[in-house]
Design a protein around this ligand. Structure first.
Ligand SMILES: Nc1nc2c(ncn2[C@@H]2O[C@@H]3COP(=O)(O)O[C@H]4[C@@H](O)[C@H](n5cnc6c(=O)[nH]c(N)nc65)O[C@@H]4COP(=O)(O)O[C@H]3[C@H]2O)c(=O)[nH]1
Length: 781
């Protein structure tokens, strides 16, 4: 065991050397004596004695001289050897030690210097291993020596800490050494007497080794792939993450060129860009697609740097490349970008991307002096479709609408979905505003063919379109959108399935809508609402069969407001539920009063909004109102617009059956404007069909109106349904309807809507009928 701390003398290696020199000197002396005895044998006794004495003296002097010279030379040689030995020890940074097994003493061989620094050769110093070896390392070191002495190991070898040369030295109190040794002397019984060897200060090495170990541990545990490349971009080494990320084991890549990972997605020049960057700048970073061992491509963020030539083992240039797989991260980023910019239902741009594209189109139009049109589309009655068919079908329809819209305007124009059933089209680089109207017409035509929903059900939707144009109507995207929206509302008010170009008067309309929506909230409490009744007449008997309850709003601030204006507002804000119940109760109370005045056999019809049908328990409300007012259920008819009832027969039928079970009749209002077929109606518990007044208005002018009317009457009768014609305004229409066996008529020709008292008077006046209906004009206009 050894250390660098001790000072002391060492005798083991010099002994044999000194002994050898002495042996040679003795041998020289013996030779001299043999030469002297041959001279004495040839001289006389006196002379001979004198000569002999002289010779002896001379010989002695020579011998002495020779001895001294030999001894001096031997000493020089020894000094030289010792110096060489010391030099060798110094050069190898090793210390020599000698361990005496029986005593457990340790001796060090060290260079000796006096106070003036003069070198006095090698010396030895004895030490107690327990005093020089670090207490933590001592047991292991002792054990290693024990195992060596016992013959369990071929060599003694140990790494441990020993006291440093200088306790106050900057390297601290302890230094790491690596000691190696072998047996140099055995005892008589063959047991090991002495073990000697060298110790090497590895404190610095150990630090470097530790750093290397940490560095390689860091490399091993890194989640990024790290590869070291040689000057020709061939792999020298890779870490485990490299294998994980690229799918290549170290053995598969080492010695191969880095281009084996090059993706087919990039031009070769892109890969070369990294190399050029590295060669020129010493570092490169960027993103590259790489090819995985399994052939799949993955996106990598790459950081590469040149290792300074001095740091490389043989002075050649090397590169360290760090790759992280960012495919998922990129995908997530793209998804986020997609979510931020696109509508996930239709895959169309959303409001934010629309605003961005519109801004860009405006900037370009300003530069080029062209126009940009914004088409704001809203699907007619889509809310009803959605509510009646269910949201899943509604979503499918919206997807189909998106596709058809994009097809109609072409893929080079932006079609966006803003919300619900609101779509927007940007028509960039327009030469004239009329071009926008042409596109709007094409869109409306494109929706003439029904959309096919997934269940194979045909559903028709139509858009109402508002148009605004830059720079004619507004300069900025938000204003353009607002104005196109205003124009769209006007298109709806104008009867739907049409388009309108913005004009300044529309602003006033929008403001009025907002004002009315606010006022409507208070209208019921303030008693501004009232119900009027429009009588219905049988064509066969001319009797008044009943009346339809129609809501009116007389606002002190806004005057008379027609239902077409405020009912949609009430539906939008949900007030229709409260208002509808109030109308129902008013109508039933009116009918009950008429009945109390002897007018029997009458039916009162009340309009029911889709919200009332689908939300809450309207059947329960109806039952309560009937109970409260005493009106028999068969005297009540609920009218639903055709769009409410369309398509999803099963869902709607369940709801409607609840009313039929109460004994209440159900009528389809505005029949012919919607999407249903008569055959489909078979599935619904309907009792009456009301032909829309637009077809009645056509009677006498348009053959289409007559054809539709007669067909509807015939088919409805085939289904056992009662048919009422709405909006009958003249005798021609009444005659036509009578001729074609329509059951009842309603319209100005019979009577305008009247208040409850006037209506009762009207009915009483008309009962019992005196003449045939076809020749009886309306008594009140
Ligand atoms: N040109 C013309 N029009 C005629 C003629 N005869 C009647 N009308 C009008 O036609 C509409 C018939 O009502 P509707 O189809 O149920 O259509 C109604 C109905 O859908 C809705 N509505 C009215 N009151 C209520 C209500 O209490 N609840 C709900 N949910 N909707 C209502 O408002 C719509 C419009 O109602 P009104 O403005 O009262 O308009 C009424 C009526 O005044 C005629 O000979 N010629």
């Amino acid at each position: 065991m050894a250390g660098s701390a001790g000072n002391g003398a060492w005798s083991v290696p010099c002994g044999p050397l000194v002994a050898g020199a002495r042996a040679r000197l003795h041998c020289g002396a013996r030779l001299g004596r043999r030469k002297g005895s041959s001279l004495l044998s040839v001289a006389g006794p006196g002379l001979a004695i004198a000569v002999a004495a002289v010779v002896l003296l001379a010989t002695s002097c020579i011998v002495l001289f020779l001895r001294m010279r030999a001894s001096r030379r031997e000493a020089d040689r020894l000094r030289e050897r010792e110096r060489g030995f010391r030099m060798a020890l110094w050069a190898s940074n090793q210390r020599f030690w000698d361990f005496h097994v029986p005593t457990g003493r340790l001796r060090y061989l060290v260079a000796q210097h006096d106070q003036r620094g003069i070198d006095h050769g090698l010396g030895s110093e004895e030490a107690d291993p327990a005093a020089v070896i670090h207490p933590d390392d001592l047991p292991a070191a002792v054990d290693r020596m024990r195992r060596y002495v016992a013959g369990e190991t071929a060599e003694f070898s140990s790494e441990h800490r020993v006291r440093a040369d200088s306790p106050s030295g900057s390297r601290g109190d302890w230094v790491w050494i690596r000691a190696r040794g072998r047996t140099v002397e055995h005892q008589a019984d063959g047991a090991v007497l002495r073990v000697a060897g060298t110790s090497l200060d590895i404190d610095r090495n150990r630090e470097v080794e530790r750093e290397n170990r940490i560095a390689s541990e860091v490399l091993r545990s890194m989640s990024e792939a790290v590869a070291v490349l040689d000057e020709r971009f061939r792999f020298l080494s890779v870490n485990p993450a490299f294998t994980r990320i690229t799918g290549y084991a170290a053995a598969e890549v080492i010695g191969h060129g880095a281009e084996m990972l090059d993706s087919l997605q990039h031009e070769p020049a892109r890969g070369r860009g990294m190399r050029t960057g590295l060669e020129r700048e010493g570092r490169w970073s960027g993103e590259l697609w790489q090819r995985h061992g399994n052939g799949e491509e993955f996106l990598c963020a790459i950081e590469a740097a040149t290792v300074a030539a001095g740091s490389a083992p043989h002075g050649e240039r090397m590169y360290v490349v760090m790759l992280s797989d960012i495919t998922l991260q990129k995908r997530a980023e793209e998804e986020l970008r997609y979510l931020a910019n696109f509508d996930s239902l239709t895959n169309l741009p959303n409001r934010s991307l629309l605003a961005e594209r519109l801004s860009r189109a405006i900037v370009r139009a300003r530069r080029e002096g062209s126009r940009v049109a914004v088409l704001f589309l809203d699907l007619d009655r889509f809310k009803d479709i959605n509510d009646s068919l269910g949201h899943a079908t509604g979503d499918r329809i919206l997807r189909a609408v998106a596709e058809r819209l994009q097809q109609a305007v072409g893929h080079d124009q932006t079609v966006a979905r803003l919300a619900g059933d609101e779509f927007t089209v940007i028509l960039a680089d327009l030469a004239a505003p009329e071009d926008a109207e042409r596109v709007a017409r094409e869109i409306i035509m494109a929706f003439e063919a029904p959309l096919l929903s997934q269940e194979g059900q045909e559903v028709s939707v139509s858009p109402s379109i508002g148009i605004s144009v830059y720079p004619d109507h507004a300069q900025v995207p938000t204003e353009l959108l607002k104005r196109a929206d205003a124009a769209m509302y006007q298109a709806k008010a104008a009867g739907r399935r049409t388009y309108m170009r913005y004009d300044d008067s529309m602003e006033a309309t929008i403001r009025r809508r907002a004002t009315l929506a606010g006022a409507l909230h208070k209208a019921l409490d303030r008693g501004e609402l009232h119900v009027v009744y429009q009588p219905r007449q049988s064509l066969a008997t001319s009797r008044i069969t009943g009346a339809e309850a129609l809501l009116r709003w007389s606002s002190p601030e806004h005057g008379e407001i027609v239902p077409a204006e405020f009912i949609p507002l009430a539906e939008e804000n949900g007030m229709i539920l409260e208002i509808g119940e109030w109308v129902l109760r008013e109508a039933c109370l009116a009918l009950q009063r008429w009945r109390q005045h002897g007018l029997d056999g009458l039916t009162i019809s009340v309009n029911m909004s889709v919200l009332q049908l689908l939300r809450g328990d309207f059947a329960g409300v109806v039952r309560r109102v009937l109970d409260d007012t005493g009106v028999p259920p068969q005297a009540l008819e609920l009218e639903l617009t055709e769009s409410v009832l369309m398509a999803n027969a099963a869902q709607t039928a369940v709801k409607l059956h609840a009313f039929r079970e109460l004994g209440v009749s159900l009528a389809i209002d505005d029949f012919g404007t919607g999407y249903s077929s008569l055959a489909y109606l078979k599935r619904l518990p309907i009792t009456t069909i009301k032909i829309d007044q637009t077809f009645i208005a056509d009677l006498g002018h348009e053959p289409e109106g007559a054809a539709i009317t007669t067909t509807v009457v015939a088919m409805a009768h085939g289904l056992g349904l009662n048919v009422v014609a709405e909006g009958v305004e003249n005798q021609v229409q009444a005659d036509f309807l009578a001729l074609h066996h329509c059951d009842e008529i309603q319209g100005y020709w019979v009577s305008r809507p009247l208040d409850a008292v006037a209506c009762m008077a009207f009915i009483r006046n008309r009962q019992p009928p005196a003449r045939s209906a076809a020749s009886q004009p309306a008594s009140s206009p």
